[in-house]
Design a protein around this ligand. Structure first.
Ligand code: ADP
Ligand code: GLC
Length: 395
């Protein structure tokens, strides 16, 4: 049986800020359990809901020297829908009200997480054949193992897959942290292996030290080889292009299922989609204070409100959008400028436009189910799951 350990910063149902969590949460479930034992390791954030945290079981703990302090590292585990999860516990690093978001603090947080993963491996009775790292947060793990545990039989047979979900976020930090946080030698800076723009890059390191690299669609695997989308790493990616694969994401078709979804008022499948989708639309119009009108085209949008998602492009067309005979519901949060614009738009168009500022998993399901059309104006999109969820709900 092949043993695979996913290492990631977020995962459904525990914590989610975007599509990364959807993929890390759903992919392990769909491996053939007779051939693969796929487990996941992630931080135990204090902001994971209590109903899930209370199900985690203590495995062990130890203390480690990290930066200039000695830090507690706890290990917990839990089985969820047939998948085994491990959690790294540190209230010092993972005790905040949200999982991450401030790059300066995040670097130290994920240096700590990477170091903890290495130390935990010999303690959990699970020796992975492959560690599958996701995005910049875990990009240092292959380098740390290959550079510092090369002669250690507990580690040196492990192979690495690195998935780039979004090349725009790279985890770049100052050279001084190489030794103090990661315990890595300075020659890695001199020989260029981890050096990027005078500092160190988690992303570059993941690309160079992993055995195989994947990204989340075949299109994106080609785009990132160009200067337009390569985020200054195109030369490094071109060096590794024979080990780079684009594998398109899927969604969890059990979680996103209009026939059984507990978050939507009217269930449907391909037989009754017309009548029941309409009922969902009327219910959402009522819930959000939009004019209740079955004939108007309802346009939905569920997104992080950032430049990447193309909202500045959309803003150039707002007058045309408001003049069109449609209703628009936007669920999202992010850059203040975009939020402010949508707030003004709603105020000037009550009953026609609704801006729900925030993150709301339950409402997202009802928007996918009720909308006639989904709006996704991304400037670039490594894969995108929102359009797949929309398709699943006939939108
Ligand atoms: P990205 O990961 O770049 O944000 P994806 O399309 O891959 O884009 O995934 C976004 C995921 O996050 C989808 O599952 C979407 O429903 C969810 N999502 C985004 N914004 C919100 C929000 N404000 N409330 C609830 N879910 C959201
Ligand atoms: C990233 C990308 C998005 C992709 C998601 C999951 O957040 O921006 O396009 O769908 O990761 O792979």
């Amino acid at each position: 049986m092949k043993k695979i350990l996913f290492a990631a910063s977020e995962c459904v149902p525990f914590i989610k800020t975007g599509g990364l969590a959807d993929v890390v949460g759903s992919l392990p479930k769909y491996f053939n359990k007779e051939e693969y034992d796929v487990r996941v390791i992630m931080p135990k954030y204090l902001c994971i809901k209590e109903s899930l945290r209370s199900q985690m079981k203590y495995v062990t703990h130890f203390y480690t020297d990290f930066y200039w302090r000695t830090q507690y590292v706890g290990v917990l585990e839990m089985e969820y829908e047939g998948v085994h999860f491990y959690f790294v516990d540190s209230e010092f690093y993972f005790g905040g009200p949200w999982p991450y978001g401030n790059m300066y603090e995040d670097i130290e947080k994920f240096c700590f997480f990477s170091k903890a993963v290495l130390s935990i491996l010999p303690l959990i009775g699970f020796k992975p054949d492959i560690i599958h790292c996701h995005d910049w947060h875990t990009g240092m793990i292959p380098c740390m193992i290959k550079e510092t545990h090369n002669n250690d039989s507990r580690y040196n047979a492990i192979r690495f897959v690195y998935t780039i979900h979004n090349l725009a976020f790279q985890g770049n930090f100052g050279p001084e942290m190489l030794d103090s946080c990661l315990g890595l030698p300075y020659y890695l800076l001199d020989n260029g292996n981890v050096r990027f723009d005078g500092g160190i890059s988690f992303m570059k390191s993941g690309i160079l030290y992993s055995d195989k690299i994947t990204t989340v669609s075949p299109t994106y695997s080609q785009e990132i080889l160009t200067s337009q989308y390569g985020e200054h790493l195109e030369a490094v990616l071109n060096m590794r292009k024979y080990d780079l694969w684009g594998i398109v994401n899927g969604i969890d078709i059990e979680l996103w299922n209009p026939k059984t979804d507990p978050e939507i008022p009217y269930h449907f499948d391909k037989v009754n989609i017309k009548s029941e989708k309409l009922k969902n639309k009327l219910a959402l119009q009522k819930e959000l204070g939009l004019d209740e009108n079955k004939d108007v085209m309802l346009v939905g949008c569920v997104s992080r409100l950032t430049w990447q998602k193309g909202f500045y492009l959309l803003m150039e067309q707002l007058d045309a959008l408001c003049a069109a005979p449609i209703q628009l519901v936007i669920l999202g949060s992010g850059e203040k400028q975009i939020e402010q614009k949508f707030r003004e738009l709603e105020n000037g168009n009550k009953g026609k436009i609704c801006f729900y500022q925030g993150y709301n998993e339950s409402l997202a399901h009802r928007i996918y189910a009720a909308s006639d059309l989904f709006l996704m104006p991304s400037l670039f999109e490594p894969c995108g799951l929102s359009q797949l969820c929309s398709l699943r709900y006939g939108t």
